[in-house]
Write a protein that binds this ligand. Structure first.
Ligand SMILES: Nc1nc2c(ncn2[C@@H]2O[C@H](COP(=O)(O)OP(=O)(O)OP(=O)(O)O)[C@@H](O)[C@H]2O)c(=O)[nH]1
Ligand SMILES: [Mg+2]
Length: 471
């Protein structure tokens, strides 16, 4: 049974990665943090100034354990909002383990995963969305994910959610007041102004929800599926993008049997390029499975690079054939998107092998967003392709747009939208203010869950349980 985060205990944990290193930091937080560490450095912490590090000898009983840099903080001016002491010891697994034992013998408890951050939240140092962003920041391994995490940590998203709530609280209070005057049939809330306000709110929420796919793609890597009939040069393109001989290339149609995924970070945006089996009619079960996987990857991708062979497009009949191919692919993808409830990825047609034949000028088949010409073999046109793929993501990051990346936040926003839509429908149906207020309460609850103003019992354990110990 996990202990309650604010049970008056003092917690300790290794906050740097386990193993050997130059320095390891053991963090202690809670009411006894100072006296406990003071005991280990034989009374030499009391005189320390909060926020200033000092070199101290740490003792394990009678034995000298290490010469450590001790950095104390006084709550509320600390990460957790409590008294905190950071012990910067030499990064020896023995020192780390012995120090933890001494701290526990002196009355500390080992911290649960994410408990430092959870305490920071519970002491009002950060709201829930900001606390979650700390986890995202720690997980960030490329520039895009890092920027999104910092944005959310900065609190812009939380402020927006807070503003939504404030306005709704006011309307809710006034509408509930109308109930008290039920007999007199008064309306404290101007219905037209209210309708406008809720509509505005709904469109702001829709904008945030729209940004989810972009934010998620930046955080996790933008999936880009490479699709097309056999021998068009899909695997050659993957290798050219990666600048590595990754996939088998041959002039035998049907070389690639399974999907092959590789990540590549281009100007701060992480991409997940997926090479797939060539699309064609087949009686071979294994190849058919490969093709099924190709479609399934394409359905979940943000971009589908649909390859054509320039030589096939020289005649009108070849272009007509390609047009019906793209149209059919677009249909399959939009159907899948509808089933998944996600927007379909954009189809970029790549006319490949332009070293062998020219690409048709000004030609763009229906269903394609754009046509680009390349020669995968000669690595031509790749820069333009990379620029096109990163364009929207880079500008979304540059504009400092608020991008929701967290599934939990998206779900809360979706439920808020449903509740507000019900309120709006109720208003149009002439429902009284107290009935509309019921939907407001639901919207307020959902918005409150994002920033943690409202926290159902199991929510915090679930969120912070996914953090590592020591965070
Ligand atoms: N001249 C020329 N040849 C190319 C180009 N791109 C690919 N090829 C050749 O086309 C053949 C097929 O290339 P792959 O990359 O294996 O084609 P694929 O689309 O992956 O084929 P499957 O895996 O069978 O679906 C190979 O012989 C490549 O060298 C190009 O831009 N120009
Ligand atoms: Mg291939």
């Amino acid at each position: 049974m996990p202990a309650h985060p604010l049970d008056g205990t003092t917690i300790c944990a290794l906050s740097t990665p386990p193993g050997r290193g130059g320095v390891a930091v053991i963090r202690v937080s809670g009411p006894d943090a100072w006296p406990v560490v003071d005991g280990l450095c034989r009374g030499r912490l009391t005189a320390s100034t909060p926020g200033f590090a000092a070199l101290r000898s740490l003792y394990a009983g009678d034995e000298l354990l290490d010469e450590a840099l001790i950095l104390p903080f006084r709550g509320p001016k600390s990460f957790t909002g409590e008294d905190v002491v950071e012990c910067h010891v030499h990064g020896s697994p023995f020192v780390v383990q012995r120090l933890q034992e001494c701290l526990i013998d002196a009355g500390c408890r080992s911290a649960l995963p994410g408990e430092f951050t959870q305490r920071a939240f519970l002491h009002g140092k950060r709201d829930l969305a900001q606390a979650e962003a700390i986890g995202d920041l720690i997980d960030a391994d490329h520039a895009g994910a890092h920027k999104l995490a910092l944005q959310q940590m900065g609190g812009g998203f939380s402020r927006e959610i807070g503003a939504f709530r404030e306005a709704l609280i006011e309307y809710t209070a006034l509408m509930e007041l109308e109930l008290d005057f039920g007999e007199e049939d008064v309306e404290f809330v101007d219905r037209d102004g209210y309708r406008q306000h809720v509509s505005d709110l709904l469109s702001k929420i829709a904008e945030l929800l729209d940004g989810f796919n972009t934010g998620r793609a930046i955080a996790e890597g933008v999936p880009v599926a490479i699709l097309g009939a056999p021998n068009r040069g899909k695997s050659t393109l993957l290798n050219a993008l990666l600048n590595e001989d990754r996939a088998i290339v041959s002039d035998t149609p049907g070389t690639t049997r399974d999907t092959l995924e590789e990540t590549l970070t281009l100007e701060g945006i992480r991409f997940r390029f997926i090479d797939t089996a060539g699309l064609r009619e087949t009686t071979d079960d294994i190849e058919a499975e490969g093709i099924r996987r190709a479609w399934s990857k394409a359905a979940a991708a943000r971009f589908v690079l649909y390859l054509l062979d320039a030589r096939d497009l020289q005649e009108e009949s070849g272009r007509t054939h390609a047009e019906s191919e793209i149209k059919a692919a677009a249909l399959v993808l939009s159907k899948a998107a509808e089933e998944n409830g996600e927007p379909a990825g954009a189809i970029l047609v790549l006319v490949n092998k332009t070293d062998l034949a020219p690409a048709p000028l000004g030609w763009c088949p229906e269903g394609a967003e754009e046509v680009l010409t390349i020669s995968a073999e000669e690595r031509k046109g790749l820069h333009a392709l990379e620029q096109r793929l990163g364009r929207d993501y880079r500008s979304a990051l540059a504009e400092d747009r608020i991008l929701v990346t967290n599934l939990r936040h998206r779900e809360a926003l979706q439920r808020t939208r449903e509740a507000l839509q019900r309120a709006l429908d109720g208003l149009n149906a002439g429902l009284s203010g107290d009935l509309l207020a019921v939907d407001h309460r639901e919207a307020l609850e959902q918005l409150g869950r994002i920033t943690g103003v409202v926290t159902p019992d199991d929510l915090l354990g679930h969120i912070f349980g996914n953090f590592c110990i020591g965070k």
